[in-house]
Structure formats: C-alpha cells, structure tokens
Design a protein around this ligand. Structure first.
Ligand SMILES: Cc1cc2nc3c(=O)[nH]c(=O)nc-3n(C[C@H](O)[C@H](O)[C@H](O)COP(=O)(O)OP(=O)(O)OC[C@H]3O[C@@H](n4cnc5c(N)ncnc54)[C@H](O)[C@@H]3O)c2cc1C
Length: 292
C-alpha cells in the first residue's frame, strides 16, 4: 500500500492552500474531501476581504481554486475520513471501506456547527454512526434514520438503501436522495436519540421513529471523534504557532484550529501547516503544544 507523505483532510481554503504548498515542496500528497470544494466557499454571496480578489462571489472563488488545483495537477480524492489513527511513525485514515496510510496528516475539516443531538455521544458506536459506508452492513434488514446535514448525505442514503431494509431520511440541508421504494423523506426536526443498550428510536418534533441506527451525516464532526486522543478546546483542535497539535506529525489549520473563521486566515494557516509537515518529515519539527 502506498504511504503518502502528507494526507490533507478537507477541501476548503485551508486544505487547498496546504495541498498547493505541499505539492510545491514536492511531497506525495492525498487531498480528501469533495471535488465541489467546501460549501462555505460556494455559499458566500460576495467576499470583500480576500486580498487580490476584490468583490468576488463565493462561486467564482471556488471556481478559481478548482482551476488552481487542476493547474497544479492536484486531484481531490472524494472520500469522507471517519477516523484518523495515530500509529506511531505514521497515521492510518479510515475513509469508507478504505484505509489510507500517511506519514503526516493535516486536518483542515472546518468546524462543526450546531450542537450534538441529545443521545448522540452516549450511543456513538452503539447505533449512532457518522459513516454510512463503514457501518451499513451492520444494519442489513433493519430500519435506519439518516440525518442529512452534508452535501454527500443524499448519496450516502441511496447507498444505505441498497443494504438496509428501510431508510428514514431527515433533510437538514441540501438536496434529497433519489426516489426509491425503501427511502422515506420526513420533514421533521430531529430532537433526541433514544435507546437502552443501543439505539432504539429517533425522537423528532412530531414523534418517535423506531430505528436501529441513526446516521448523522454532517460536513464536519467533532475533532476528538475524527482524531481520538488529540487535545481539543471545544469544537477546535488545540494548535501551536506552527499548526502542530498534541500528536506529533498531525497538524490542523483553518476553522478547526480556532477563531476567527475567515478565508484568509484559513489559507494562511494551511500554508504554515504544510511547511510544518514538510519540516516534520525532515525530522526537524518543533513540538510544543503541551509545553505552552
Ligand atoms: C455564508 C458564508 C459566508 C462567509 N463569508 C466570508 C467572508 O466574506 N470572508 C471570510 O473571510 N470568511 C467568510 N466566511 C467564513 C469562511 O467560509 C470560513 O472561515 C472558511 O471557509 C474556513 O475554511 P476551512 O478550509 O477551514 O474550512 P471549510 O471551508 O469549512 O472546509 C472544510 C472542508 O472539509 C470537508 N470535510 C470535513 N470533514 C471531512 C472529513 N472527515 N473528510 C473529508 N472532508 C471533510 C468539508 O466538507 C469542507 O468541504 C463565510 C462563511 C459562510 C458560511
């Protein structure tokens, strides 16, 4: 299996900037996320504070970034990373059914907005899942709920419907899945995940639905779920000035690394994270988060 020098999680300005710099430094990289790039880019009506790009729309900004990736021959691997495991001198990234290996990792996954649902943390791994591809087979013949809060969620629900008995789809944002006999779209607001030893139901503003699993599909997950063991500060990963985290070889940048939530700060931190990863690969990286 190929072991990359740098795996970059996220295709917002932070991840793209990290990928550009890492590629310029001649490292083998894998950029994981969506080829459409971050919804936070495309949703911006007009951006007035990005140097050199006056009054640009989010759509145009995203188009230019896609062009730049293409010119630099950087391919986006369209996969959602569910967990990053620190293995000592390398990292293993679970992405769907694939395991990707890399010597360093840059987390540029954006910040999770909103709160966890009551019951979400309690039943994580016991009927709450963040990854349809990883866990679909556990629920063959069962009814599951999908809370669709990401651009990928409709496709994930369609995939689930090939395996499970029935999918109840609760759209929070974006498109709906394609019509299928075993997908029911319910315009209800998820309120709580109920269970005993494992999940038994999803409670909404309109009632309870008996399900064996709730797939919560967001654009970003809490950092300690993505990288078990990393030091966090609320929804952020704690970083030092070089974007280093508490785990040697793991760097974080952009919104996931703290406020302010701004494009130019995300892009700048992506650049620093890539240069720090390159230094780490040379064996000269500083590592001082715990000493701060
Ligand atoms: C409507 C709107 C308007 C804004 N306007 C401005 C503005 O005018 N000026 C300004 O400076 N800022 C603005 N912002 C803020 C700006 O969008 C963010 O600060 C910036 O996008 C953060 O970049 P990022 O790369 O850190 O994260 P994001 O842009 O959030 O990108 C993260 C990417 O990582 C992907 N991802 C997450 N988890 C995973 C995973 N596990 N595996 C694979 N991929 C994953 C996500 O799908 C996403 O594509 C605006 C935000 C919004 C929502």
């Amino acid at each position: 299996m190929e072991r990359y020098d740098i795996a970059i999680i996220g295709t917002g300005p932070a991840g793209i900037s990290a990928a550009l710099t890492a590629k310029l430094r001649n490292k083998s990289i894998i950029l994981l996320g969506s080829a459409e790039l971050s919804p936070k880019l495309t949703k911006a009506h007009r951006i007035d504070n990005y140097p050199g790009l006056p009054q640009i729309s989010g759509e145009d900004f995203a188009r230019r970034l896609r062009e730049q990736l293409s010119v630099m021959e950087i391919h986006v691997t369209e996969k959602q990373v569910s967990t990053v495991y620190a293995m000592g001198d390398y990292f293993a990234l679970q992405a769907g059914e694939d395991m990707i290996e890399s010597r360093t990792v840059i987390v540029a996954s954006g910040v999770m907005q909103g709160k966890l649902l009551p019951g979400e943390e309690k039943y994580l791994g016991r009927g709450v899942s963040y990854c349809a591809t990883c866990d679909a087979r556990l629920y063959q013949g069962k009814t599951v709920a999908v809370i669709g809060s990401s651009a990928e969620a409709p496709r994930e629900a369609e995939f689930l419907a090939e395996i499970v008995e029935k999918v109840l789809y609760f759209p929070v944002q974006g498109e709906l899945p394609q019509e299928r006999s075993n997908i029911t779209v319910l315009h209800e607001k998820p309120a709580e995940i109920l269970g005993d030893r494992s999940v038994t139901a999803l409670r909404t503003d309109l009632g309870d639905h008996e399900v064996s699993c709730v797939f919560v599909l967001r654009d970003a997950v809490m950092p300690d779920k993505l990288v078990p063991g990393v030091e966090t500060d609320g929804p952020h990963i704690r970083v030092g000035m070089d974007m280093e985290t508490s785990i040697p070889g793991l760097f974080a940048c952009g919104d996931i690394a703290g406020r302010p939530y701004q494009y130019v700060k995300a892009a700048g931190q992506g650049n620093v994270a890539a240069l720090s990863a390159v230094r780490h690969l040379l064996g000269t990286a500083g590592h001082n988060v715990k000493e701060e």
